[in-house]
Design a protein around this ligand. Structure first.
Ligand SMILES: NC(=O)c1ccc[n+]([C@@H]2O[C@H](COP(=O)([O-])OP(=O)(O)OC[C@H]3O[C@@H](n4cnc5c(N)ncnc54)[C@H](OP(=O)(O)O)[C@@H]3O)[C@@H](O)[C@H]2O)c1
Length: 487
């Protein structure tokens, strides 16, 4: 018996249980490196058992090199393994050269002519160069260097924006488990509408969703990085007792079907219509759970099972926000915890400059050709007030992003407003007023929803106006005003 398969993109058949290789980085964290031939032996055993799809990233230790050794052994035909990797650059200008070098390095480490699935991660949407990176990768896909293009840790709004800007996306790799069910929300709705598939990771919460932890007391500390991340998710979802309730429900269901808790955890996610596959981390040369994981394909969950899980979920607190937020905003639910230092270290796309001759005034410009021509700044700070000009979805000097999609344009605009306010020393939480101008009043809802994703807890005063004749392809224009907290 082999795992079920699915087509992720035309011509790309994958195992529905993908073998995750982040664990290679964990094994190598003391500076040692797994011998690539021995590593390839371990991968070959997975591939021959039908677990022939491997998930890697630029920062997963020597995982790409090990898989490259395997691909050399099994280069062609129906037995050729499938290699997913990720490129996770630091935000900065994504020129043609930068992007090509990033992708080329993946090809060299894998020793292949084409990456089967290249997944892109971006740390902060306040830096808009992610769209340049995706357009360049799309060009490389058209040249045959990338088989399919994927994203990782993108929320529904930015996935929608990428699609509306003409990028062909096959998949989005996100956290999705019995504990973290955010992906069942807006992302699944978008997935159903657009066909972009979800690849679920963390489905076993690093091993927390297994018999090993059933009825166990809460550990005082967790030495393992990956597990400490999932413990943060457990804490945020309501704590140890709530988690034990979900584990107990999964255990009852598992006993009924004669399978394991991990099988139930994987099955629940695999039965979700948006999900193409779940990724299960594998510790090469250490623990193997292949035989157990194969049992995922021996049963299906029935209404009673779902009702039992539903009751356990009702006692939990939904993980806040959308997928990927754990990397970008509080509560940071990553292995290293609070990432705000990392995010603070990322250079802003805008530079605040003091206004000559004024003691208490700064401004930022976005480089639009119209700012010097028409005589205005992107945003101005005077004392504790920040005023952001009417902002459109202009990318670079004059390209309109996501033509015809008012909701996607609003998302892009609000990222730009956030970046302007940050550059001037404020935060979106300081915004006290926004004003939205719409070309077509019928588009009020997607724009309002985009506004709500940024402001549902900040609740500034807001005005929505039909402006009719916005210039160019712009569907929407937004302005904002912020008042900084007294220091
Ligand atoms: N895109 C991203 O940002 C991102 C983030 C995290 C992970 N990922 C990807 O997703 C992969 C998996 O996620 P993850 O590493 O976070 O953890 P995971 O898959 O939730 O957990 C993996 C751990 O679960 C245990 N396990 C596996 N099968 C089991 C079974 N049948 N019964 C009991 N325990 C079982 C193993 O622990 P033991 O070895 O201790 O037994 C294994 O190391 C990674 O390798 C990586 O490829 C991507």
């Amino acid at each position: 018996m082999h795992p079920d398969r699915t087509n992720l993109a035309p011509g790309l058949s994958i195992s529905r249980l993908v073998c995750g290789l982040w664990q290679v980085a964990d094994i190598e964290k003391d500076g040692s490196t797994i011998d690539p031939e021995q590593g390839a032996n371990a991968l070959q055993a997975y591939a021959e058992a039908g677990f022939d799809t491997f998930d890697m990233a630029d920062h997963y230790g020597s995982a790409e090199i090990i898989t490259g050794h395997l691909l050399k052994r099994m280069p062609v035909g129906s037995r050729r393994p499938v290699a997913f990797t990720k490129w996770c650059p630091e935000p900065g200008p994504m020129t043609r050269d930068v992007v090509r070098r990033g992708v080329q390095e993946r090809l060299e480490r894998l020793g292949t002519q084409k990456v089967d699935l290249l997944q892109f991660h971006w740390w902060t949407f306040e830096h808009p160069a992610w769209l340049d990176a995706l357009h360049e990768m799309q060009a490389m896909k058209e040249e045959g260097l990338i088989g399919a293009l994927g994203l990782t840790n993108f929320d529904a709004a930015h996935l929608g924006l990428a699609l509306a800007d003409g990028i062909e996306i096959a998949s989005n790799q996100v956290s999705f488990s019995l504990i973290d069910r955010r992906a069942a929300g807006d992302l699944s709705v978008l997935s159903e509408k657009t066909g972009v598939k979800l690849l679920a990771y963390g489905t076993l919460c690093g091993g927390f969703l297994s018999e090993k932890w059933l009825g166990q007391p809460e550990p005082a500390s967790i030495p393992d990085w990956s597990r400490s991340k999932y413990k943060r998710f457990i804490d945020t979802a309501g704590g140890w007792a709530v988690y034990q309730g979900i584990l107990k429900a999964a255990s009852d269901i598992a006993r009924k079907h004669g399978v394991s808790i991990s099988n139930v955890a994987s099955r629940f996610i695999l039965e979700h219509p948006a999900v193409a596959a779940t990724i299960i981390g594998a510790r090469l040369g250490e623990n193997e759970h292949r035989d157990d994981n194969l049992r995922v394909f021996t049963f299906t969950l029935d209404d009673d099972d779902r009702a039992l899980l539903g009751t356990a979920f009702a006692a939990s607190t939904p993980i806040p926000g959308d997928c990927g937020d754990e990397y970008r905003k509080p509560p940071f639910l990553t292995a290293s915890g609070d990432l705000s230092h990392h995010l603070d270290a990322i250079p802003s796309v805008y530079k605040a400059v003091p206004v000559p001759g004024r003691k208490d005034r700064w401004r930022v410009s976005s480089g639009s050709i119209w700012e010097p021509l028409a005589g205005y700044s992107r945003a101005v700070r005077t004392g504790d007030r920040i005023l952001v000009s009417g902002t459109t979805a202009t990318h670079g000097s004059n390209r309109c992003v996501a033509p015809n999609d008012a909701g996607a344009q609003a998302t892009y605009i609000l990222d730009k407003i956030a970046a302007s306010i940050t550059a001037l020393g404020g935060r979106m939480e300081d915004v006290v007023r926004t004003r939205i101008y719409l070309r077509d009043a019928s588009q009020w809802e997607p724009v309002s929803r985009a506004h709500g994703r940024f402001f549902s807890e900040i609740l500034p005063a807001n005005t929505l106006i039909e402006a009719g004749n916005l210039i160019g392809d712009y569907e929407v224009e937004i302005e904002a005003e912020a008042v900084l907290e007294a220091q």
